[in-house]
Design a protein around this ligand. Structure first.
Ligand code: ATP
Ligand code: MG
Length: 575
């Protein structure tokens, strides 16, 4: 429990605000500021005020408990790290401008840690020596620093933020898989204890490296990530989702040239021909760093997945209008039949079974209908290129996929030997040989998930904290301070709740009832006990449930026991 003594609003530093901060575009950012949880220091950098700190510490404690429950050990690594470590892994250069760099007075160079793979690997590499000591799992909860190109949305994308990061070291693939599965299960439990609606999704491993990875996405319309999911349990970030796309055939038969004097867009073409966009094929001209030119073909109603394309064709770029012209490509009318010599045809796998395409004729104002791969042209390379859309079919069960937006609150990775090899971290295996450790790394956004909770739990009046992260569980609101009945009764209730182990705050400020009600809802205390003069005279107080808005009159003699029961139930629900 984070509060074992009575919190008195009269003594608390909690400057709530009536107005929304001008730079806050989303609910969590707005409400965390207005409810006096935090204040901005600089772009993407925040200080936590006492109320926000209480919530943050409760959230952290949940993360800590779930890490300890799977045998990970807490430690604390430094944030300032010698540049040499980052040179060893190769990330000094790879990380780019997101890495905060600094020099000391002796001109030694350091980084502010955006993550801790390098440091943990260097910590264990000479001291964790034998397979007999494996596996080992370590974690810490500290500030991270990333000079994000677009810090925004308050805690969702900060430049200074708090992360729980865990790392584990294994002797075998099976052991690594076990560690990874345990961690993924722990992340699921954290989500549940925070009350988050979430999906674990297949994802790209990005900057960190490695192959097997899952992102934990808290659903929210403001989320920067998009996920495709299905009732069968399949869920993937649309950056990587392998949707089964079903293009439509306009007409079969011989290759037929159509006069299409239009403004070269897919929508215009579809309208002109009176067919759906999914019966057309979109063409995009690209160049690779080698100088090779290609045209990518994807179903007309889909977008190119740039991450998918970049993984398959590293460093590719779109051709400019000028470059297209110079290479003999006709913008808006490109097609696979009759491309200039040397230009490759690369097509999305979904078009493999599409026997007849509507495509450009490589001639201004002309398209082909029924262009058939294998008959009229050859495809040099089939790739998964298109981004999933609603209605595409689930690659696992074949039912239509749905799309949602999400906030990535955590990610688990199997790194394999990426860091142990580059940084020379090995152990003695059972057969006596030296082997690089197999590693996993597991990040959880502590501050980001706090904001994700607020994104999912708010209304027009403020935050609706799930009890597991609420700064306190119950607020007592005495409506007539100084009244000979109200004040002592309120204090007695509050103190009895505290004695019963319930986190309790009393709004003993000399303020009007309206101010107390508004602040209580804005701050989002899960349960509010309203103590008024008239009620007391009838021997009653009011209990309000912030989430449902429901109010009940409860006899004074029963309020403590009833609140205990309600709080106990709520705690169980988030356990
Ligand atoms: P993103 O793709 O959102 O930039 P990431 O994949 O780079 O995040 P990781 O390196 O996987 O992030 O970091 C682990 C966790 O740390 C993320 O899942 C997220 O919850 C949190 N996190 C990452 N970047 C930020 C940030 N700028 N502000 C707040 N939390 C962050
Ligand atoms: Mg990530």
């Amino acid at each position: 429990m984070s509060t074992t003594h009575l919190l008195r609003m009269s003594q608390f530093y909690a400057p709530t605000l009536k107005e929304d901060p001008v730079d806050a575009e989303i609910a969590s950012h707005r409400l965390l500021i207005r409810a006096a949880m935090m204040r901005k220091v600089a772009s993407g950098i925040y200080s936590f005020l006492p109320l926000g700190f209480l919530a943050l510490k409760k959230l952290e404690q949940i993360v800590r408990e779930e890490m300890c429950a799977i045998g990970s050990q807490e430690m604390q690594m430094s944030i300032i790290q010698p540049a040499d470590l980052w040179h060893e892994s190769g990330r000094w250069d790879d990380y780019g401008p997101e890495l905060f760099r600094l020099n000391d007075r002796h001109e030694n160079t350091f980084a502010l840690a955006p993550t801790h793979e390098e440091l943990i690997t260097s910590l264990i590499r000479n001291e964790l020596r034998s397979y007999k000591e494996l596996p080992k799992s370590l974690f810490h909860i500290t500030n991270k620093y990333r000079d994000e190109i677009r810090p925004r949305f308050g805690l969702l994308r900060g430049r200074e933020f708090i992360m729980k990061d865990a790392y584990d070291f294994h002797a075998s693939k099976e052991s690594l898989q076990q560690g990874y599965d345990d961690m993924a299960n722990a992340y699921g439990r954290i989500c549940e204890r925070l009350g988050l609606t979430y999906y674990p999704v297949e994802a790209d491993s990005g900057q960190i490296g490695g192959k097997v990875t899952t992102e934990f996405m808290a659903l929210a319309d403001v989320g920067e990530a998009e996920l495709a999911y299905c009732g069968c349990g399949y869920a993937a970030n649309t950056e990587v989702a392998q949707a089964n796309i079903q293009p439509q055939v306009f007409k079969a038969g011989e290759l037929e040239k159509l006069h299409t004097p239009i403004e070269g867009s897919i929508a215009a073409l579809a309208e002109f021909l009176g067919i759906p966009t999914k019966a057309t094929v979109k063409a995009l001209a690209i160049k690779e760093p080698s100088g090779a030119l290609s045209v990518l073909f994807i179903p007309g109603d889909h977008e190119l997945g740039e991450l998918k394309a970049d993984k398959a064709l590293p460093g590719f770029d779109f051709l400019t209008d000028e470059e297209m012209q110079d290479s003999g490509l006709v913008k808006g009318f490109m097609g696979p039949v009759g491309l200039p010599q040397g230009v490759r045809v690369i097509a999305d796998v979904s078009l493999k079974d599409t026997a007849h395409w509507v495509t450009g004729a490589n001639e201004p104002d002309y398209h082909f209908a029924a262009a058939a791969p294998g008959r009229d042209f050859d495809v040099d390379l089939w790739l998964d290129l298109a981004t999933a859309q609603p209605g595409d079919l689930c690659p696992t069960c074949g039912k239509p996929l749905q799309l949602a937006r999400g906030i990535e609150v955590g990610q688990v990775f199997q790194l394999g030997t990426k860091y142990s090899e580059s940084m020379g971290a090995s152990f003695m295996a059972e057969d006596g040989s030296e082997k690089p450790f197999l590693m996993g790394c597991y990040g959880w956004g502590v501050t980001r998930s706090l904001a994700a909770v607020v994104e999912q739990y708010n209304d027009e009046n403020g935050i609706i904290w799930p009890i597991s992260v609420a700064p306190a569980e119950v607020a007592v609101l005495p409506l007539a301070l100084g009244d000979e009945l109200v004040e002592p009764a309120s204090l007695r209730i509050a103190q009895e709740l505290i004695a019963a182990g319930i986190e309790t705050v009393i709004d003993d400020r000399d303020e009007r009832a309206g101010v107390k009600f508004n602040d209580a809802d804005l701050i989002g205390w899960p349960y509010q006990i309203v103590v008024g003069k008239r009620g007391l005279e009838a021997g009653e107080v009011e209990l309000k449930d912030r989430r449902s808005g429901q109010k009940q009159q409860i006899p004074l003699t029963e309020i403590v026991s009833q609140v205990r029961a309600v709080v106990e139930d709520a705690r169980q629900a988030y356990r």
